[in-house]
Design a protein around this ligand. Sequence first.
Ligand code: HEC
Length: 716
Amino acid sequence: MSFTALTNRIIFLPLVCLIYVSCQNDTSRDVYHSWSAYNGDKSGSKYSALDQINTENVANLQLAWKFETEPLAEAGYSTIECNPLIIEDIIYLVSPSVAVIAINARDGSERWRYEVDPGRRSRGVNRGLAYWSEGDSARIFFSKGNYLYCLDAQKGELVSSFGQNGTLNLKEGLNRDADNRNKSTTPGVIFEDLYILGSTVGEGPGPAAPGYIRAFNVRTGALVWTFHTIPLPGEPGYETWPTDAWKDAGGANSWSGINLDEERGLVFCGTGSAAYDHWGGNRIGQNLYANCVLALNALTGEKVWHFQAVHHDIWDYDIPCAPNLVQVRKDGLLIDAVAQPTKMGHLFILDRETGEPIFPVEEVPVPQSDIPGEQSWPTQPMPPPSLRYARQGFYEDDITDLTPEATAFVKDQIRNMKMGDLFRPPNRDSALIMPQFNGGTDWGGAAYDPKNRKLFVNASNEAEWISMFEATLDQSISQFDLGAKIYQTQCTFCHGSEGQARQIQNAFTLSSLKAIAAQRTEDDLHLILAGGRGLMPSFNWLSDDEKSAIIAFLREKGQDNLLDLSKISVNFANKIPWLASGHHPIKDDGGYPINKRPWGTLSCVDMDSGTIDWQVALGTYPALEARGFEPTGTFNLGGPMVTAGGLVFIGATMDERFRAFDRNTGENLWEYQMDAGGYATPATFEVDGKQYVIIAAGGGGIPGTKPGNAYYCFSL
Ligand code: HEC
């Protein structure tokens, strides 16, 4: 903490408390005492005013009960990313296979469960639920795949008056045949009688759905408004794309939640990159409203302002979470603002009403792409250095110093790779990217303490490498080679290539895909490719010949079957001429990250000064600790929670521990070893005068870590 920050705090604290107390009306007091919306309240603060568990007694925090949602996944892996809701004495949560379950908050006993396909162990991602009540009726909204479901909160049954028998197909109502690429993984927010929801869409080289943000009537499911994140002709921002892009450009989706300023009637969210992630030759331009912080009128969906954090993204640097609603004291005045963490580890603090940066943002010239057809953007926005909280770029000096052997090993591994700036574009040569494609910060986002105007944000510091290749086909190619080529361009992103860990949670590796392919019939495999499954998109845009070629490749057949390309139908190579070889993890000789420690951090950022108060390593590798290393931090997934008890709770780490840090100093005051990683954001609540803290330990979400099935609930 700097000297000025300290004096500021001493001078302003009594004043701030006064202002805070006077601003708190009954509803806001209620808001911060319950956990009735995703991430705590509709503003997504991840803050609780509960203080029974505090810095003095947290050392005595114990497991009160543990709820096992369903049998542990036997094969493959699964995860839980859900931040549960607590309404009075009922907790609503989801299982790894996305069953919605209501349990008793006192002891974790089950009240009801709702399964979309009872008995079928389907998987997917669901980060939480939305709750709406009026009079005696109460509803739970949740999404799985491309459907939105509306449940009666008391009975756990579909509400038949909503949508079609309680469900809505999110594929419908877009301006094109979205062919099941439109899904929803993160709950939206409820404002008056609207449920405002974003989407997860494919970002691969195939056809993609546009990431429109939509509002549905909570009673009927009727579509009320749509905000076109890829503007239609005549709408502002249309000029930042090629003329016809609105017809088939995809992405620019808000996949990670929406936060509400109820008083102003404004919703805030972040958007992802445009598809395809790594070559934008068919979307020359700035690409608004991809990679933006958006402020929309909650009633009408009209845009109030936008701030683009990455222009013409070719890195997959999505805005990974909704911004926090914060306040900044400047020249004696409290300014309402939003604070946006990013995958790059940049924190943008913007005026809540205008989107103007409160701390200066500079457009900095960046290296340019050498890929034919690409036109990378000449500059990118940078916040002041004091608001960059993750490692920026990868240079010689960043190479690990864990041991001399590790240093030598990594130097050898990367001797032919390029290093350099954060915004170095993916080019033909292999290059190290830092922060890697999951950030920096991912969907867990930040927690905000409104009383002290401090933001708590976790981040990962790891490198990955990427390279681009030209996706052309030789005139004469075997069926196996065609399949391999399509696999490499369409499937490795999630399933990995040979010897590589899987890239996305819940997807099988190439070797297990080969085992599956050996067992299934040809017809079954065609159906899976045509229809998609869980988080896997449909590949129906590939011709039957192409699907057969992939199947041949998976079954290690067709090497001698030479194809005549003029006689078969080939769709894939013409779409995107330059493709990324993948997001490749890279490790040292012991399997640890190739860069210097810390590999994961938790930071406390002071909103008034725009500086980092403290930053500590988040997580440890027990094997390294046993060798005498201080906690190194690990890659992390899931967000923090801050409480009036002066504590920041967070799981997220690969060591599968759940921790409480001192809000003021970053000291690790308590930790608990779980059976699987807590890759989810915790919640806290009070029943019968007793405070509890709960977190999902679903594991699996980070490659190489084991799956879990339970929620852990703690009390004094
Ligand atoms: C966006 C990520 C993603 C991409 C891209 C992707 N998959 Fe998948 N795939 C998954 C996931 C996730 C599953 C597990 C589905 C489930 O059960 O929920 C899966 C499952 C499968 C299965 C097994 C289905 C079953 O349950 O038996 C096959 C076969 C498969 N994928 C093949 C492919 C092929 C071939 C490609 C490329 C053409 C591909 N996938 C591209 C994510 C992906």
